[in-house]
Write a protein that binds this ligand. Structure first.
Ligand SMILES: CC(C)(COP(=O)(O)OP(=O)(O)OC[C@H]1O[C@@H](n2cnc3c(N)ncnc32)[C@H](O)[C@@H]1OP(=O)(O)O)[C@@H](O)C(=O)NCCC(=O)NCCS
Length: 215
């Protein structure tokens, strides 16, 4: 699955959009909460998040690691990509797809998504197809928060939710080998490297190796 969907800036001085005002966000979180622990919450992404997602998905600092600088998304792109699945050919590759927003103490800081791995992909990855395997991806759109443990904590929180509420037998991720911070964040969240996937992701025009990581 495409990393933009699957498988992909901060702008702290930028004027916040209407949809990012705290009272509106508090209400949105209450309505769409998926799971939470301490100050971390994961909620469903909604069309109201479009402007924020476009800001993140067009920030070169973010997309040089996620999706690629050759594939920025503007608001129309975000709408099509995350909220217009019926028109997205990539959507047929996954089931139970859920785009999510990560919040810290009510502040939206990043994006996660999860989806059920289909039978043919499960077989390709060497998983028993009757088992429930979910795939996850993420990025922290607020780049000043990188490297403080938020990635590992939010991955762990989402995995616990998938096991408990979605009866996942396994959660997988496929970070690029050349993205060691992401690989390390998954390892901190108790993922292990299962296999190197050669040329698995075409990133900025070049096929790159990825780690198949499982928990
Ligand atoms: C990947 C990402 C979600 C991780 O979240 P995070 O909060 O920054 O990560 P954490 O702080 O939980 O863990 C990062 C770990 O990587 C380590 N790290 C950072 N740079 C590293 C490098 N170049 N080589 C090896 N380890 C590195 C950190 O030291 C930390 O490990 P430690 O706690 O043992 O010291 C976040 O950095 C991000 O959004 N990056 C850009 C988008 C991206 O890469 N998405 C993933 C696509 S698969």
């Amino acid at each position: 699955m495409d990393k933009g969907r699957r498988s992909s800036g901060a702008g702290g001085t930028e004027r916040k959009s209407q949809s990012e005002k705290p009272s509106v966000l508090l209400r949105m979180t209450a309505l769409t909460l998926i799971c939470s622990s301490g100050d971390l919450s994961i909620r469903s992404a909604m069309e109201e998040d479009t402007r924020m997602l476009a800001r993140w998905r067009s920030d070169p600092k973010v997309i040089q690691f996620y999706s690629g600088r050759d594939r920025p998304l503007d608001e129309e792109g975000v709408r099509r990509h995350y909220f217009g699945r019926e028109t997205d050919p990539g959507a047929s590759r996954v089931e139970e797809y859920q785009p999510c927003i990560l919040e810290v103490a009510g502040r939206p800081v990043g994006f996660l998504q999860f989806y059920r791995i289909l039978r043919e992909d499960a077989l390709r990855f060497g998983f028993a197809p009757e088992e429930r395997t979910f795939g996850i991806d993420l990025f922290l759109g607020e780049t000043d928060l990188w490297g403080q443990g938020l990635g590992a904590r939010s991955i762990d929180l989402l995995c616990e939710f998938l096991k408990r509420e979605r009866h996942a037998d396994r959660v997988m991720a496929d970070p690029r080998v050349d993205n060691p911070r992401s690989v390390r964040a998954f390892e901190k969240a108790r993922f292990r490297k299962a296999r190197r996937l050669e040329g698995h992701e075409v990133f900025e025009g070049v096929p790159r190796d990825c780690w198949l990581m499982v928990r």
